[in-house]
Design a protein around this ligand. Structure first.
Ligand code: ATP
Ligand code: MG
Length: 430
């Protein structure tokens, strides 16, 4: 019986079978970029109480309503869920450890798998990975702008994604949204016959969500829908304008998208997405915004915050070719001429690893030819062939596998000097 992985949950294989090196390079780029902006890594559990997500993301959202992997624990008492996103857990942790009382400003980033029972298609999976960050404690628009600068630098500069657009909008504050939702509902109510079934439901439950609809016949209606701008308080308006000015001042391009809303309930004021060409329907690689009420909603003090999440799978699909360069193989591959040489190879391989080098051998032994083929296959840089003579003399030749046939025979290098010599040659050729 062959047991396969769960639908929508993918293996990420090492190169060259899979894109692992691309994943690792993107993760390293995020880490380095976040470091420079003062974000520290936090790791929270994959499983949380279901009510954490219900309260933060919102009962009426698709995520909580129909996409969560939920179960009762073994005692049948607690309702638990696999996290569908990262912010709720991070904020729960922030409150639980009273982080605000130790430090008025907290910048945290996180990464890992998220779970949503979605319709599986390219760029949309049931286990997917996000890297995100949250800045807690600052209401000023400069924090929103700083975060967007960080993302623009990461995506455009560090990851080399060219076809990138920052879409931005303001959702206003709670009162602004209430007045806007009323206006939007009135408008949608007078166009109900032209709307899709989902939008008819959204009209009643959450009209804002309709703005996010992708169904073609809804588009002309939604395009003419009233815009939130007219409903923004002067504070929210000023906040938004300041974010835009700061971005312009740093030459970060953006596009105001009046219809931009998010699929999660907790956002207010600034909301944004980075979309990239080349991904088809699922072109959003990063989404986020301000959520000034969430900490309080989850039982903490009133602490403003802003955050985002990047979709790793979509970034990997987009990553330019340079990022998927073939990874380096081992520096040295030891080849044993006969059974007796295997133990010398074993010793030398370990001594090189202790000296900080990647070294490999074929523990099965076998013919020199087959071992050389193996060295080639794993892209080893140098080969060192060990036989009776090498073992008794304590010295061996280093063969450069990337050089042609014409390399003159050099004097053997003693086993003690092998690591230093390899380090030297690698440095010379880098
Ligand atoms: P979408 O509109 O594409 O469904 P969303 O609004 O549900 O996105 P968020 O919850 O804001 O997305 O997540 C942020 C990012 O995580 C998305 O922009 C996307 O890149 C990625 N993402 C979300 N859901 C999935 C998924 N099921 N599979 C792969 N990536 C995803
Ligand atoms: Mg979604």
């Amino acid at each position: 019986m062959k047991i396969l992985g769960v639908k929508g949950m993918n293996d990420i294989l090492p190169d060259p079978l899979g894109p692992m090196s691309v994943w690792q390079r993107i993760e390293a780029a995020c880490r380095a970029r976040f470091d420079r902006y003062g974000y520290r890594e936090v790791r929270t559990p994959i499983v949380e109480e279901t009510r954490l997500f219900a309260r933060s993301i919102g009962e009426e959202t698709d995520i909580v309503g129909k996409e969560m992997y939920s179960f009762t624990d073994r005692k049948g008492k607690k309702q638990l869920s696999l996290r569908p996103e990262g912010t709720a857990g991070v904020v729960r942790s922030y409150i639980q450890h009273s982080v605000h009382s130790k430090n008025p400003i907290t910048k945290w980033w996180y990464g890992g798998p998220m779970y949503r029972y979605e319709r599986v298609q390219a760029g949309r999976y049931r286990q997917f990975h996000q890297i995100g960050a949250e800045a807690l404690g600052v209401a000023a628009p400069a924090m929103d702008a700083e975060m967007l600068l960080m993302l623009d630098g990461l995506l455009r500069h560090d990851l080399g994604i060219q076809s990138l657009t920052l879409l931005i909008n303001s959702l206003g504050d709670r009162a602004d949204r209430a007045s806007y939702v009323q206006a939007l509902r009135d408008y949608l109510g007078s166009h109900l016959t032209g709307l899709c079934e989902d939008c008819k439901k959204r009209y009643e439950r959450n009209p804002l969500r309709a703005l996010d609809c992708k169904v073609p016949p809804c588009q002309p209606i939604l395009d003419k829908a009233p815009r939130i701008k007219a409903h923004l308080s002067s504070e929210a308006r000023t906040h938004f304008d300041t974010v835009l000015e700061l971005l312009s001042g740093m030459q970060v391009p953006f596009e105001i998208k009046p219809r931009l809303v998010r699929g999660l309930d907790y956002y207010n004021r600034t909301c944004f997405e980075f979309v990239a060409g080349g991904l088809g329907a699922h072109d959003t690689v990063c989404a986020g915004g301000r959520y000034d009420d969430l900490v309080k909603t989850l039982g903490g003090p009133s602490i403003p915050a802003v955050g985002f999440a990047l979709g790793m799978e979509r970034l990997v699909l987009l990553a330019p070719k340079e990022l998927s360069r073939r990874p380096e193989g081992p520096a040295v591959f030891f080849v044993s001429v006969d059974e007796e040489a295997i133990s010398t190879c074993f010793r030398l391989t370990e001594s090189l690893r202790r000296a900080g080098l990647e070294a490999e051998m074929d523990q099965r032994g076998g013919s020199v030819k087959s071992q050389m083929r193996r060295a080639d296959k794993v892209h080893a840089r140098f080969a060192v062939v060990i036989g009776e003579q090498e073992t008794s003399e304590g010295a061996a030749h280093i063969k450069d596998l990337r050089a042609g046939e014409e390399v003159p025979v050099e004097t053997p290098v003693s086993f003690e000097d092998l690591a230093a010599e390899i380090h030297l040659r690698l440095k010379r050729s880098s």
